[in-house]
Ligand binder design. Structure first.
Ligand code: UDP
Ligand code: MG
Length: 321
């Protein structure tokens, strides 16, 4: 029989990369909220190869508070891997994922738990109510990304959705079972389905430290998301191919007819070059799209671990993947 004391009500997963300034603030705030709820909880801090004192802080916290579990990666594997490591090792009936920088306010937790307890939902997800405090260009690209991906994939991705969400065990299990190497959590959450309650909240600034996202990083993340959840780019590539072939046929017919009727020698080296370069460009573009998919397949077939844990205070890491 399962011992009651071993059961964990709530696991909070916190991916941390160079968060020495924000982590102590987050810990204090989260702990006071969790204490006030009076739930049996564990705080899973995942050190994603930080180069500052993040790991030391985690160790210190775990020494004085046995709610704190830390998993420390051997290098920086990225937030997706950190979230996955947390999910694989979380024991709670409820599991939440939160950023360390206080942009996911712990004060929302009681309300989120209450929704899962009293209403028929499997998960409570948060989204920013507005894009206030973000540059115009960034907002524009973000919005376009959500429009495109929702149109061409079957993952239902909500504009402004954060990774901050609280889930029931069955949803966590199904996410863990999606062990793909190229992870795009915003898509995975939507893809597994389940009933989700969307909680909007006003965007807050990072409490300390700096964001780890550059514009280029976000762009790559967006392309990654599209490739991971849609095959439409491949369809576009074949469409280009068909379209160009049709155009070429028409041009051929035109030239043959003109030659027969007018006997015109075909002049124009320049126009020929333009067409060749144009077609060459489209071919390379389509090859590039295909290459993206093949590259992903290559990484998937290698079956590499998602992360490597070099240090932890958890006795039995559930799965070291
Ligand atoms: N993070 C991580 N690994 C990374 C980058 C970020 O674990 O390679 C963590 C980071 O410590 C933070 C969260 O992911 O807790 C969100 O990162 P950040 O605040 O930089 O992103 P933003 O909120 O600006 O989107
Ligand atoms: Mg942040």
């Amino acid at each position: 029989m399962e011992k009651i004391s071993n059961r964990i009500g709530l696991s909070i997963i916190v991916p941390c990369y160079n968060e020495e300034e924000a982590l102590p603030i987050f810990y204090e705030e989260a702990t006071s909220v969790l204490r006030s709820i009076g739930i049996n909880y564990e705080l899973i801090l995942v050190n994603d190869g930080s180069k500052d004192k993040t790991l030391e802080i985690m160790k210190e916290l775990s020494d004085r508070d046995n709610h704190v579990i830390y998993l420390s990666f051997s290098r920086n594997f990225g937030k997706e891997s950190a979230m996955y490591a947390g999910l694989c090792n979380a024991k709670g009936d409820y599991v939440a994922i939160m950023d360390a920088d206080m942009q996911d306010p712990p004060s929302l937790l009681p309300q989120m738990i209450d929704i899962l307890e009293t209403q028929d939902y499997d998960s409570v997800a948060t989204r920013r109510a507005t894009r206030k405090g973000e540059s115009k260009i960034r907002s524009f690209f973000a919005r376009s990304f959500y429009k495109i991906i929702n149109r061409i994939s079957d993952a239902d991705i909500v504009d402004g959705a954060r990774d901050f969400r609280l889930m029931k065990r069955k949803m966590v299990d199904s996410i863990v079972s999606m062990s793909e190497y190229n992870r795009f959590s915003k898509g995975i959450f939507g893809w597994v389905g389940f009933k989700t309650y969307w909680l909007p909240f006003e965007n807050v600034e990072r409490v300390a430290g700096v964001t780890k996202w550059s514009f280029w990083g976000l762009f790559k993340y967006a392309v990654n998301g599209i490739i991971n959840f849609s095959q439409t780019p491949l369809v576009i590539a074949s469409f280009f191919g068909m379209f160009m072939t049709a155009v070429a046929f028409m041009m051929l017919a035109f030239i043959v007819v003109r030659k027969l009727i007018f006997g015109d020698p075909v002049a124009g080296w320049a126009s020929t070059m333009c067409v060749i370069i144009f077609i060459g460009g489209i071919q390379l573009f389509c090859l590039g799209i295909m290459g993206q998919y093949i590259g992903k397949m290559y990484m998937e077939t290698k079956n590499r671990p998602h992360y490597i844990i070099s240090e932890t205070n958890r006795k039995e890491t559930e799965k070291i993947r």
